[in-house]
Design a protein around this ligand. Structure first.
Ligand code: IMO
Ligand code: MG
Length: 429
């Protein structure tokens, strides 16, 4: 049984908690795209752990974690995360595996990410500034440096030299920055190479052998489907395939080996960074959601934009990922709001759209057509049984399921591992 877990909105849906909970049933937890732009917050007892690059499943004893070929790796950030976990008494030695074909985020990628955002002015993407976009751009331009290249010192030096030849023309001329030093980066990365060596191998081989042996794999998506470079609100997206499709290309596990796709959905919507957001609330309800839901970026600390649940958005996600179930999170954040709304259409140029348009202009102009639901006074925080939910909360949850066309397997009512209503676990238990 192999399960892909994805975000259905613009990231920060609570994937960390759901993946952590499901990891108990998996042998391997696999990251397939993105990099340390992700921020997965997991609360275990009194401890809160935020992971960026390391698969969430490694927080559970004895589980194995894989960073697949589709991920872009900043080795410094990776080693720091390993150290932080060690400090918390969690060792990943012998349990973490890194694909030899994953691409590296180089120091110039981050510089270009930050500088090119500055030149975009109002059209800036609002990236996490981690060098993600430029690293994937180099991968596609076939100038990227892969993990395995570090172990062929001549090749690594040659590639770095060629790349710096171009970068060192751009940095001073376009961005008014000092050129980068070849020797410094070369030595720095040889140091990382040595340290990460024990983790590096052919992860596609490892994973396919694990599946052959009947092991259960959980593929952990970062970001959300509407940040997917192909299916999201382009250009306000990240630079990888955060949808379920990325799980195959990002790991070397063929499409017929995946059994289910679980989409994590927040009971309302948030977005960090720029880009269209038809149901955004700039009034006191938006402020309430941000405060109640602690909607501040786990990676950059930026306040998240908040708004109503958008059924067009999540229905699109259900379709393009052929999702088998939903995990609804943060339902308790809505406690006490007198009237809750769901977007069921977009008004654009006097017409009502019932499917999400591709055009950026239409998305930016879209006025949400809202369906209203009576809220509930009672606290749902920590509820673990569906029967105990207030009647109005049940109505709201059922409306979401119906409007997006997908069964709900889990409802999370707090950030704690155990505080979840579980209807069904995709893995055989
Ligand atoms: P998790 O995994 C929310 C957003 C950034 C920006 C856009 C591009 O925690 O859900 P990038 O640095 O990737 O080039 O930025 O994508 N973004 C996220 N938003 N959650 C994330 O990850 C995100 N990772 C990137 O804010 O709008
Ligand atoms: Mg996050």
């Amino acid at each position: 049984m192999n399960l892909v877990v994805i975000g259905t909105q613009w990231g920060d849906e609570g994937k960390g908690k759901i993946v952590d909970l499901l990891s108990e049933y998996a042998d391997y937890v696999v990251r397939y795209q993105g990099g340390h732009n992700a921020g997965h917050t997991i609360v275990i007892g009194e401890k809160t752990i935020v992971l960026h690059l390391i698969p969430t499943g490694l927080l559970q004893k004895g589980k194995k974690g894989v960073i697949g070929n589709g991920v872009v790796i900043n080795p410094k950030a990776l080693l720091e995360e390993i150290d932080t976990l060690n400090g918390q008494g969690i060792s990943v030695e012998g349990r973490l595996f890194i694909s030899a074909s994953a691409h590296l985020i180089m120091p110039y990628h981050q510089k270009i990410d930050l500088e090119s955002e500055k030149t975009k002015g109002l059209r800036k993407i609002g990236t996490t500034g981690r060098g993600i976009g430029p690293a994937y751009a180099d991968k596609m331009s076939r100038t990227g440096i892969r993990v395995c290249d570090l172990y062929d010192q001549d090749l690594f030096r040659e590639k770095l030299e060629t790349n710096l030849c171009e970068i060192n023309t751009i940095l001073p001329k376009i961005y008014n920055l000092a050129p980068l030093d070849l020797e410094e980066i070369y030595q720095e990365f040889l140091g990382y190479a040595e340290k990460i060596k024990p983790y590096v191998l052919d992860t596609a081989l490892l994973l396919n052998q694990a599946i052959d042996a009947g092991k259960q794999l959980l593929f952990e998506g970062a970001q959300g489907t509407h940040l997917d470079v192909d299916h999201g609100t382009y250009p306000y997206v990240t630079s990888s395939n955060s949808g379920a499709g990325g799980a195959s290309t990002g790991t070397g596990v063929g499409p017929t080996r995946f059994d289910e796709v679980l989409g994590v959905t927040k009971a309302y919507t948030t977005r960090v960074g720029s880009g269209p957001f038809p149901t955004e609330l700039t009034d006191e309800v938006g402020v309430f959601l941000r405060k109640q839901g602690n909607e501040f970026g786990a990676t950059t600390g930026r306040p998240r934009r908040c708004g109503w649940f958008d059924a067009l958005q999540v229905r699109h996600t259900v379709r393009i990922n052929h999702m088998t179930a939903l995990a609804l999170t943060k339902l308790d954040v809505l406690d006490g709001i007198p009237q809750i709304s769901i977007c069921v259409g977009y008004e654009v140029d006097g017409k009502t759209l019932t499917e999400m348009p591709c055009s950026l202009r239409s998305l930016e102009q879209a006025k949400p057509v809202l369906k209203h639901f009576a809220g509930w006074e009672e606290s749902t925080n920590g509820i673990t049984s569906y029967d105990k939910l207030p009647q109005n909360a049940k109505r709201y949850v059922e409306a979401i399921s119906e409007l997006v066309g997908c069964r709900i397997d889990m409802i999370s009512t707090s950030s704690k591992r155990g505080e979840t209503i579980v209807n069904r676990i995709a893995f055989p238990t």
